[in-house]
Design a protein around this ligand. Structure first.
Ligand code: SF4
Length: 391
């Protein structure tokens, strides 16, 4: 196709000429190829990359940037999977003083210790044979739904669901239907790591494989349970692995729509076997948000998760394609996965701070729940719910 006057005008803004045909494809809604993705990762023209991603973000969600009032709990750190990048898991027999394995009452009281004005409980944990079972989870999920029915249950990752299915000798559809009947609203995006088989085999050989991770999410969507997706970057993966990962997610979303957000997770090196990979850089972090936004044309949201890249990078990421900053996490001290691996982020962000950062970036802060229903920032749960909780 010959360049139109509009395309010639666009070209005047693009310094790296390799970006020009890619920008045209994005404008015309044509999915980007593996080669396009590599070009985006390799360009030195970060400003044009950011401008292209910001334009795509605004086509998707306008001026809105989302955040959620939520609570975050890691209910067990006992795990037998042995992922090389993990600093969180413990051997329950060799590291007895580090074991965290919460009783159901502890999870409830952690979630509710600062009140009930939140819209999501986010819980993930290790592959713990004593906790990752339906006997533990079904009653706990029903208690949440009885006591705080306005709170969406954002539980597990596909890796945990795969483990639970094996434990109970259940097929994925049966397990998912059982969890949905107890109130499961959303499954978290973790466990995706890197889909490229050779790299995956090196970093997490005992975890759910790529095909099963994707199949679990596609079955969740078929049954009406929402989910998110992640990618762990900044370790031994290649740029090809990153683009391959994004394309596999894009194809999965086409086969069975239901992913809400994509969340790039930066590798953290403290206390794990891949520590010689070091830390990701600010520029690499920004590039990931932009390339994700441009590659994942059928994902509505790209999340800049302050716990991972830090609040300051995440605010800048709003100009590189991100439209979500995740949640407050409550005032607990419960996030252990990234704090074990050396994150410098705290445990809690006040929702006023989210609004300040988003407005300063020129966007409109919007409070949401797991499935992106929107709420006024000062929404509170119905009084009857609170009376039930404190009865
Ligand atoms: S990343 Fe998850 S599955 Fe892997 S060792 Fe850590 S807790 Fe276990």
């Amino acid at each position: 196709m010959l360049p139109t006057p509009k395309h010639r005008l666009m070209a005047a803004h693009v310094t790296d000429p390799a970006l020009q045909p890619i920008e045209r494809k994005v404008e015309e809604g044509i999915p980007l190829s593996l080669e396009d993705g590599l070009t985006l990762f390799e360009t030195r023209d970060l400003h044009s990359l950011g401008r292209m991603a910001r334009a795509q973000k605004e086509r998707k969600s306008g001026k809105n940037v989302y955040y959620i009032l939520n609570r975050y709990v890691n209910s067990t750190n006992v795990c037998y999977a042995g992922c090389k990048f993990c600093s969180f898991a413990v051997d329950e027999f060799k590291e007895t003083d580090r074991v965290v394995r919460m009783a159901a009452d502890q999870v409830m009281s952690k979630a509710l210790e600062t009140g009930t004005n939140f819209n999501q409980i986010h819980i993930v944990g290790g592959h713990d044979p004593r906790q990752l079972s339906l006997d533990y989870w079904l009653p706990l999920m029903r208690r949440f739904k009885e006591q705080v029915p306005h709170v969406q249950l954002s539980l597990f990752t596909a890796a945990e669901l795969d483990y639970m299915a094996k434990r109970h000798r259940m097929k994925y559809p049966e397990l998912i239907a059982t969890l949905k009947s107890a109130g499961l609203d959303n499954v978290n995006g973790g466990g995706a790591e890197i889909f490229a088989p050779k790299t995956r085999a090196k970093i997490c050989p005992n975890k759910v494989g790529t095909a099963n991770w994707l199949e679990i999410h596609e079955e969740l969507h078929r049954q009406g349970v929402a989910s998110n997706a992640t990618m762990l970057y900044g370790h031994i993966e290649s740029l090809e692995d990153r683009v391959d990962h994004l394309i596999r997610l894009r194809e999965s979303q086409r086969r069975s729509p239901g992913y809400n957000a994509f969340i790039p997770l930066a590798f953290h090196p403290d206390g794990n076997e891949l520590n010689d990979c070091g830390w990701t850089t600010g520029l690499d972090d920004l590039r990931i948000f932009a390339v994700s936004r441009l590659m994942l044309d059928n994902f509505d949201h790209i999340k800049a998760y302050w716990m991972i890249q830090g609040l300051k990078i995440c605010q800048v990421a709003l100009h590189f394609g991100a439209d979500d900053m995740d949640g407050t996490h409550g005032s607990t001290d419960e996030e252990m996965i990234y704090h074990s691996a050396g994150t410098q982020s705290g445990q809690y962000v006040d929702d006023r701070e989210f609004r300040r950062l988003i407005e300063e970036a020129g966007y409109v802060p919007v409070r949401r729940n797991s499935t992106y229903d929107e709420f006024p920032h000062d929404w509170t749960p119905p009084p009857a719910t609170r009376e039930e909780v404190y009865a």
